[in-house]
Design a protein around this ligand. Structure first.
Ligand SMILES: [Zn+2]
Length: 125
């Protein structure tokens, strides 16, 4: 089985784990950043539609949340820019958006705002 087949088997797309993998690689294979297979619904099975790849650190957080009765699955969201799974607290609120939150994590929201500001300035000049 090739890596691509494996992703297909898992029902995942390469881009979903590429960033995680690159981050892991750049960290010198730090254990906390190792990609792990996780069940989205912990009561469900390891099957297509109920698995995702998250870092070992996020996986630990999720286990912690499960043990403390916090709904982790609903407490996380993928940033539309970096595609990373981040806690909802990393997203600014926006009542006009789906789910009441901005699609980008705070870091990337700021980055995007900066880009827009820069573009507007260049237009005015
Ligand atoms: Zn982001």
């Amino acid at each position: 089985m090739t890596v691509d087949d494996f992703y297909k088997f898992l029902g995942l797309h390469e881009y979903e784990i590429r960033d995680l993998y690159i981050e892991w690689l750049e960290s010198g294979f730090e254990r906390a950043l190792a990609p792990t297979v996780d069940r989205i619904d912990p009561n469900g099975h390891y099957e297509i539609g109920n698995i995702q790849i998250i870092s070992s650190r996020d996986n630990s957080k999720k286990v912690w949340a499960d043990n403390h009765g916090v709904a982790y699955g609903r407490g996380y969201k993928n940033c539309a820019r970096c595609k990373k799974l981040r806690p909802l607290t990393d997203f600014n609120k926006n009542k006009y958006r789906n789910g009441g939150l901005e699609p980008y994590c705070r870091t990337h929201m700021n980055e995007i705002k900066r880009e827009i500001r820069k573009n507007n300035k260049e237009k005015k000049v």
